[in-house]
Design a protein around this ligand. Structure first.
Ligand SMILES: [Zn+2]
Length: 159
């Protein structure tokens, strides 16, 4: 009986060890999956952050070009305030203004355009009004000049 129970005990220990190993494998697998998922999310966030910065850069360039081209045509006031760049100010003033602006936006919600929407609107304004393409960096002679020399109205057309 001692021997039998000994075998029984050994089998039990062995089975237990196998179960634990299986649990461990499962845990490692799940951990790996979670890590991969987190890495994917990070990559996606990073990519969209880069795209956001690129769009913001494009918008600022458009605003500068718009202000310059409008001024050349004796346009003294932008069609919409955000068509032109905001003049640079003292750090503190800007912060205060930023807060006020945020408050205003919250209250009336007039300026609820995203960077992408602003860029699209400004891009087509520059093309229609000034025959200017920010990605070519060129002000064309006329509609024909623009359409035959500029590959298209988006940044992707110029890659
Ligand atoms: Zn172009």
């Amino acid at each position: 009986t001692f021997r039998r129970s000994g075998i029984g005990h050994e089998t039990l220990v062995k089975r237990k060890a196998e179960e634990e190993l299986e649990n461990l494998r499962r845990k490692v697998h799940m951990k790996k999956q979670a890590e991969e998922k987190a890495a994917d999310q990070f990559r996606m966030r990073f990519k969209s952050k880069q795209e956001e910065l690129k769009l913001e850069g494009d918008l600022r360039r458009s605003q500068r070009a718009c202000q310059q081209l409008d001024t050349q045509k004796d346009i003294e006031v932008p069609r919409e305030p955000w068509y032109w760049t905001v003049p640079e100010k003292e750090e503190q003033e800007e912060e205060e203004e930023e807060e006020e602006k945020e408050k205003e936006e919250d209250e009336c919600g007039s300026d609820d355009l995203s960077v992408v929407e602003k860029l699209q609107i400004l891009t087509s304004y520059l093309r229609e009004k000034h025959r200017y393409c920010i990605w070519c960096g060129t002000a064309y002679e006329d509609e024909e000049d623009l359409s035959s020399n500029c590959p298209g109205p988006t940044s992707a057309d110029h890659d």
